[in-house]
Ligand binder design. Structure first.
Ligand SMILES: Nc1ncnc2c1ncn2[C@@H]1O[C@H](COP(=O)(O)OP(=O)(O)O)[C@@H](O)[C@H]1O
Ligand SMILES: [Mg+2]
Length: 414
């Protein structure tokens, strides 16, 4: 491996200059030395451009500075050159000292134009501003971020940049190692997955609506008809047949309870009150129903919304409330629950807080009897579709708080 390093020339003086005066000989020697240094400098430059050397000389504010790629043995260079990721080293001023061919291919720029230029040149305007604090934060342990890379053909490539400061070199210069991973495929897959799960949720909602309608229109109607008949039967039975009359009355009562339960299931599947009266009404209904059914005390603080929210947002918040309350009922062993719906600036916020046993949100619960919990996951998915965020705070023996924050559409100027 070659090293770009100054060397004193040992070439003899050209023959035409021999036998001159001492002064002339000294000049001739100086000239020859300069020529030799020029030739060596040209060779160094060529080697730097072709990436053969492991040291480069960079013109800086305080004269030329030497940077070396420490330990860059030939095999390591081969390894880095064969990587499917861009690999670079930068000066503290973010100038590119070394780049592998893969990075040059990514930015569609000849390697000799990449080396020596500023790394900022390859970042989108937005990312340029965030890169400096990121480098600072990288400190000793390094950091990772996703940025957009400017490609020479005018396009942009989503990449992950992994940054790690390198130990100071022989010349006490700080350098930074950067690995650049193309995220185009990963982003495409992510978008595909997001689209797919959005369609799944849409299909699930459509199916729920269909079943809710079937239950409401057919089963409940049928149950009501049987209820009326059983009442008639109980009325017709003579008073002396007390046992049969009692049985008929019990049957009528059970049918009434069944009709109510079917109606509740239908409402949970798709509450008509959500479509007809909106979010606040359905939040009130659901909360009251929960407290009555479970006996857990529920405190509700609900904003008065002046207008209907986008249908997707209303449905997402309703489903989050439903899932959160279901979790309180199934897991929390809580005595009190607080539900709060409020509007803050350009956001609508729903908080469901209980004083139950809590859990560790960072710990993914193991599969239980082949069943994986989807409640928290589906809450997060739903909130993501509408551009919001879900925050789960839970402490063992201290309770759980689920917060959904969804941005509201900007009001059109009048
Ligand atoms: N309010 C809560 N109180 C205590 N534990 C909870 C609460 N909400 C969720 N959990 C825990 O988180 C797990 C995952 O919840 P979830 O994703 O809704 O799935 P599932 O309810 O089907 O188990 C639950 O099994 C439970 O251990
Ligand atoms: Mg659940």
């Amino acid at each position: 491996m070659k090293t770009a390093r100054r060397q004193r020339s040992s070439r003899p003086a050209p023959p035409g200059l021999r036998g001159r005066s001492r002064f002339g000989t000294a000049k001739a020697r100086e000239l020859a030395e300069l020529r030799a240094r020029l030739a060596q400098a040209e060779e160094t430059l060529r080697a730097i451009r072709s990436g053969e050397v492991d040291a480069v000389v960079v013109a800086g504010k305080h004269g030329p500075q030497v940077f070396t790629l420490q330990g860059a043995e030939h095999v390591y260079r081969l390894l880095i050159e064969s990587m499917n990721e861009g690999a670079l080293t930068l000066t503290a001023q973010k100038m590119i000292l070394y780049a592998n061919k893969c990075f040059a291919r990514m930015v569609k720029c000849p390697l000799e134009q990449v080396i020596g230029s500023s790394f900022r040149r390859f970042l989108s305007a937005e990312d340029r501003a965030t890169f400096r604090p990121l480098l600072k934060r990288a400190g000793k342990s390094g950091s990772k971020t996703q940025v957009l890379l400017n490609v020479a053909d005018g396009s942009q490539m989503p990449v992950q940049v992994s940054i790690r400061p390198l130990p100071k070199n022989d010349f006490n210069r700080a350098t930074i190692a950067v690995v650049v991973t193309d995220m185009t495929e990963a982003r495409r897959n992510e978008e595909m997955l997001r689209g797919l799960s959005y369609r799944l949720v849409q299909a699930q909602e459509a199916e729920r609506s269909r079943v809710a309608l079937e239950l409401h229109d057919h089963i409940t109607q049928l149950l009501c008809a049987i209820l009326v008949r059983s009442q008639a039967l109980a009325d017709q039975l003579p008073a002396r047949d007390a046992v049969s009359k009692g049985e008929a009355m019990k049957l009528r009562e059970m049918l009434g309870q069944t009709a109510e339960e079917v109606e509740r299931i239908s409402r949970d599947l798709r509450p008509s009150v959500l479509d007809e009266l909106g979010l606040v009404a359905v939040v009130r209904d659901t909360s009251t129903g929960f407290a009555e059914r479970t006996g857990i005390s529920l405190k509700l603080a609900c904003v008065q919304l002046t207008a209907r929210l986008p249908a997707d947002t209303e449905l997402a918040l309703y489903r989050i409330l439903q899932e959160a309350l279901r979790n309180v009922e199934e897991h929390a062993h809580a005595r009190h629950v607080a539900v709060c719906l409020r509007q803050q600036d350009a956001f609508i916020q729903l908080v469901v807080k209980d004083d139950g046993i809590g859990f560790d949100p960072a710990h993914r619960p193991a599969r239980r009897k082949g069943k994986t919990g989807l409640g928290l996951l589906s809450m997060r998915e739903r909130v993501n579709y509408v551009g919001g965020a879900l925050n789960v705070k839970s402490v063992r023996r201290a309770g759980t708080e689920i917060e959904a924050r969804i941005p509201l559409p900007l009001k059109a100027p009048k």
